[in-house]
Design a binder for this molecule. Sequence first.
Ligand SMILES: C[S@@+](CC[C@H](N)C(=O)[O-])C[C@H]1O[C@@H](n2cnc3c(N)ncnc32)[C@H](O)[C@@H]1O
Length: 177
Amino acid sequence: MEDRHVPPLVLSFPLRKLFENPYKILTPFVKRGMIVVDHGCGPGFYTIPLSHLVGEKGLVYAVDSNAKSIKVLEDKLRKKGINNVKSFVSRNINFIPSNSIDFLLSKDVLCCTVLHKESAEEIERVLKPGGKAFVTIRIGRGSDPRSLSAGEFFSLFNYIERKGSSKFHAWVVLHKR
Ligand SMILES: C[S@@+](CC[C@H](N)C(=O)[O-])C[C@H]1O[C@@H](n2cnc3c(N)ncnc32)[C@H](O)[C@@H]1O
């Protein structure tokens, strides 16, 4: 059921950088020394910017259910000499301790899984009090059981600070109190 909508790797990088700037999205949330999670990291479009932003005293957990994506990410990390990323092939983040994470990114992942409620609960569980998360979904897959309306997506969370939606996307910023 999962992993079917991963874009071809060839499309996910240089072209994507033309219209999506990871640093612009991440900089308001991520500071040096933070412990962060890239939930559903794919081959690392956001993971590598996260590793730069947290710096050598910070840590990035990069988690994806697709072993091929994690392999591509690990090759990139090795080539770039990046050693503040711990990567995991996993469908969940239940190995991350509660209240331990400063920032979590989940970019277009909840719409690739049927585990909506479980994923949302885990995202909120791992955040520290004061921690933030940026969670997005793509909308509009008809009868696909993974698809969520914006309203269904918003109703999954307890700690919404800001939210928004368009015809194709919905997003929330969570701030755990
Ligand atoms: C649309 S891609 C987005 C990848 C990445 N976040 C990005 O923006 O480049 C969705 C990713 O979520 C992963 N995924 C799907 N279900 C997952 C789950 N339950 N746990 C972890 N990763 C999952 C897929 O393997 C895929 O890499």
